[in-house]
Design a protein around this ligand. Structure first.
Ligand SMILES: [Zn+2]
Ligand SMILES: [Zn+2]
Length: 348
């Protein structure tokens, strides 16, 4: 089979790999859709030889990229009962494997396992390939009414937005500010609005703000034109937002996320990488701020996110603006590196 490998320095290759055979406890997924996530740009852009290290997840040999895998069960290894992974079942993959035995693993948060983890698409072979081999326990069912492409989005970017909204407990009582309207931020806008929150979407791209409006944003702010913290206060009777999520990963976005919430408000960091400085007393202590850091979601949280979207018939498909075959990977990532709106996915 073929798989996409990041080489760093904005280079990638499509290489031949042996078709995977499932070992004990494992399954092979035939890929139907494999999403491109913003965090893929870290290894893609990293200096050659340090792709895996770019996300602070440890170095490893070059692996097949793609951590938003979605497809059908193609083969089961020894010890995997049919009821756990029926052949042909539509599945997503919770893209981490830990020891399987510790409290974090048993709760479905295997990415927090202290015994060491595999992150599929980063430190283990991922979804930008014909097939993918994973432990059966990492499978998450895909509701019938969702497309494979939507399942791919839920497998990292959209699921991550859902996880952050749960951390700040967003509800119909809240005004929620979302900084950054890339695929994760747009998902936070869509899901936050569906949870009932009044969403203020912030981004420097007019195209992204247009999409945010379609996803249910009540107000749009372009920091290139307006100072966002003052604008959010003006929209909230001078109080500030009840909660805010940074999906930009940028220093100004994070600062705005902390500064735009009201006294007793909640801020949540989602965007990866880099460093940000803020004034602890003025920006946090004096306002009794709660600051969350949210890393993706649990395996059961991934299933919950999928059911939430399916049950409410949310238009997640609108997020998927670019579709590619695997042999277009070079062009796909070149465009993703510079594109200003929407999300790309490999389909087969
Ligand atoms: Zn564990
Ligand atoms: Zn991701």
């Amino acid at each position: 089979m073929r798989g996409v490998v990041f080489l760093g320095d904005r280079k990638l290759e499509i290489r031949d790999f042996p078709d995977p055979t499932p070992g004990p406890g494992e399954v092979v997924i035939q890929m139907k859709a494999s999403g491109m996530c913003g965090s893929d740009l870290h290894p893609y852009r990293a200096p050659a030889g340090s792709a895996a290290a770019a996300l602070g997840l440890g170095a490893s040999d070059l692996v097949i990229a793609g951590h938003e895998p979605c497809g059908v069960v193609a083969a089961r290894g020894p010890g995997v009962p049919e009821r756990e992974a029926p052949t042909g079942a539509r599945v997503m993959n919770h893209h981490y494997a830990g020891c399987g035995l510790c409290d974090h693993c048993r709760l479905g948060w295997s990415q927090l396992c202290a015994k060491g983890i595999v992150v599929y698409g980063v430190t283990g072979h991922g979804g930008h390939a014909t097939y993918m081999k994973v432990p059966a326990r990492t499978l998450v069912p895909l509701p019938d009414s969702l497309s494979f492409e939507e399942g791919a989005a839920i497998s990292c970017g959209t699921g991550t937005a859902y996880g952050a909204l749960k951390r700040v407990n967003a509800s119909g009582r809240d005004t929620l500010a979302v900084f950054g309207q890339g695929p994760v931020g747009l998902s936070a806008t869509l899901l936050g609005a569906a949870m009932g929150a009044r969403v203020i979407a912030v981004d420097i791209s007019p195209e992204r703000l247009t999409l945010a409006r379609e996803m249910g944003a009540d107000a749009l702010i372009n920091p290139g034109e307006t100072e966002p913290v003052a604008a959010i206060r003006a929209l909230t009777h001078g109080l500030g937002a009840d909660c805010a999520i940074d999906c930009s990963g940028s220093s100004p976005g994070r600062l705005g996320t902390v500064q735009c919430v009201r006294t007793w408000g909640q801020a949540c960091f989602v965007g990866e990488g880099g460093q940000t400085t803020f004034d602890i007393s003025k920006d946090m202590l004096r306002r009794q701020l709660t600051l969350h850091a949210s890393w993706t979601f649990s395996a059961t949280g991934q299933g919950e996110c999928a059911r939430f979207i399916a049950d409410r018939k949310l238009p997640l498909g609108k997020l998927l603006t670019h579709r590619y075959r695997l042999d277009q990977a070079e062009e796909a990532y070149r465009l993703f590196d510079t594109q200003t709106t929407g999300k790309g996915v490999f389909v087969s």
